[in-house]
Design a protein around this ligand. Structure first.
Ligand code: SAM
Length: 259
């Protein structure tokens, strides 16, 4: 178990510190760190940071919002590491090639994934290793089940931007101090090198409307939008779906037909 400095965890910042050495090592070794530009989001007091430093990255940048953690990090790491006191959602990396590792609060999982993978003002990372609530991670991985085309906006958007998405490890709630109410999973996202950003933007706009009310049919979600309803109805029929199909049941490869 890691040495934890005496500090009261702030619930409002989702502070559940990882204390399981095995999980820390799995996360730190999920991507190549040696000689690379690495950005760690939400380092806390630096448990994962220590594992990363051991692997000698080319550069290591820490982005942390909590002032108390910044004080600890600045005392602990006096040279060679960039420590930024910042909200990650306001942070724009300047590297052309880099990877992101983050054990971040559950409530910003989705905003962080969209921030790094879909930002237009900076280059997206080559890969990301992200801890998240198990249920959310399993939803992202669901597309791997051939008989289960149960999609969400988040899982579709991640699949669109990534070449591959892999499970790194499960992390039970008992691996944290304080223990959260749910178990976690760590996923690795390998980002596509060549992306059609315009098509991605159109798909995301379409999915936002299509999944606005997940229990409604695709057609009723699309009504009231600027989309051509007659075309959507014809596409649904042409692709062999029932008129009452919901967005979650549309096969991944069929979405482009609706653009
Ligand atoms: N990485 C440490 C570990 O594994 O034990 C701490 C993880 S803790 C779940 C989440 C960390 O993210 C906390 O240190 C918290 O202060 C920080 N944090 C929360 N919101 C943030 C934000 N918007 N930007 C940057 N850091 C944030």
């Amino acid at each position: 178990m890691s040495d934890i400095p005496y500090i009261r965890a702030k619930k409002s910042l989702g502070q559940n510190f990882l204390i399981d050495e095995g999980a820390l090592s799995d996360i730190a070794h999920a991507i190549e760190v040696t000689g690379k530009n690495i950005i760690e989001v939400g380092p806390g007091y630096g448990a994962l940071t220590d594992e990363l430093i051991e692997q000698k990255p080319e550069t290591l940048t820490l982005v942390e919002l909590d002032t108390d953690m910044i004080d600890i990090l600045e005392k602990k790491y006096t040279t060679g590491i960039k420590i930024l006191h910042q909200d990650v959602l306001q942070f724009s990396p300047t590297y052309e090639q880099y990877s992101v590792i983050a054990n971040i609060p559950y409530y910003i999982t989705s905003p962080i994934l969209f921030h790094f993978l879909y930002a237009s003002s900076f280059t997206p990372p080559e890969s990301m290793v992200i801890m998240m609530q198990e249920e959310v991670g399993e939803k992202i991985l669901e597309w791997r089940h051939p008989k289960k085309p149960h999609h969400s906006l988040l899982s579709l958007a991640m699949e669109e931007a990534c070449e591959d998405i892999e499970r790194v490890c499960y992390v039970p709630r008992t691996s944290f101090d304080p223990a959260p109410k749910v178990d976690s999973i760590v996923l690795r996202f390998d980002v596509k090198k060549n992306r059609n950003r315009e098509q991605e933007r159109n798909l995301i706009s379409l999915w936002k409307i299509a999944f606005a009310h997940p229990r409604k049919t695709l057609l009723s979600n699309m009504k009231g939008s600027v989309c051509d309803i007659a075309k959507i109805r014809a596409d649904i029929e042409r692709l062999g779906y029932d008129e009452r199909v919901r967005a979650e049941a549309i096969r991944r490869e069929d979405w482009k037909e609706f653009l």
